[in-house]
Design a protein around this ligand. Sequence first.
Ligand SMILES: Nc1ncnc2c1ncn2[C@@H]1O[C@H](COP(=O)(O)OP(=O)(O)OP(=O)(O)O)[C@@H](O)[C@H]1O
Ligand SMILES: [Mg+2]
Length: 352
Amino acid sequence: MTITTPRVAPTASRSASLLKVDDLTVQFGRGPGQVKAVEEVSLTLERGELCALVGESGCGKSTLAYALMGIVPPPGKVVGGTIEFQGNPITSMSKNQLNKLRGAEMSMVFQGAMNAFNPVLTIGTQVDHILEAHPDVHPTKQAGRQYFAELLSLVQLSPERIVKSFESQLSGGMKQRVAIAVALLLKPALLILDEPTTALDVLNQRMVIEILKDLHRELDLTIIFVTHDLAVVAELATKVAVMYAGRLVEVGDVDAIFAGEFRHPYVKALISAIPSVLEAGLTVKPIGGQVPNLAQLPPGCRFAPRCGLAEPHCTEVEPALTVRGDHGVACHVIARETGPDTTTFPSSKEDA
Ligand SMILES: Nc1ncnc2c1ncn2[C@@H]1O[C@H](COP(=O)(O)OP(=O)(O)OP(=O)(O)O)[C@@H](O)[C@H]1O
Ligand SMILES: [Mg+2]
């Protein structure tokens, strides 16, 4: 295998974190019907991390992923905060600068990527078009095709067969793996996968998990993957970010999330609701209540109406993410238990 490590952009600062999201807010619509799909999210990712983005449906995972790529679909708009990638501010880049970055430095496999191919062109022709649009990545088109063949082997597909195939000739699991190979064609440093295993049967899910582990190791990649499946998180991720109704409620090392003492009540409830990550004999406990409508959020902590630990204060004041080391939790009760020596960001609404 002659696969090489991803390129680092000439302008990139090696000392900067690969990705730094600070107080990011993404809004859809205006006026009374407006929703903040992502609200005041802060997150840092170092090179080589494998970060899972978790949360119930509609909590803003895909919107955050789009914002990281600089492609929030209208009517959505980044209305606050900053995103830095390799030290460069994505949130203030021109369209041209962003176009250069996408694919070549950061790449995304979209939710439902299996339907992302052009049905009337072979996979090989579609790859040629990408190589023609980015002539600076590989020394020649032939070298680019060779690299794609190596990527296909890494995702356990036969290059000869795949490049000649049309999308309709591939199974769902094969299409997902081809989509991953295409996303890596221009040697990005960061790969974002939006629900890469959701639409797959159990065997294909397993294959994709193993492939992501291999890619992470062999290509020295940094990966963010969106998932609902905490069993996949436990197996694959090094870092976990949990969203609830647009806000980041917990972020940290995978061990801190699954076995840590100070966890957000929502995260505890999520783990208790997943049979595959429970020890044998324990009862599965579904989370009562529903995720709030983003256009009609309750006052204070938005998880409070479903939270067994909620106190009067929780229904009045929105908790900020309180960070201890590299573990952050947005919960008043947990913040009190962890003691005063914490760093809090963004500043609490109470302090504002
Ligand atoms: N095109 C849009 N127009 C208006 N609002 C939108 C649009 N896309 C997303 N939203 C709002 O943003 C919220 C978050 O959506 P998003 O797709 O990011 O959630 P998600 O966590 O990825 O959900 P899922 O797990 O179902 O994919 C939605 O609940 C909705 O209120
Ligand atoms: Mg989504």
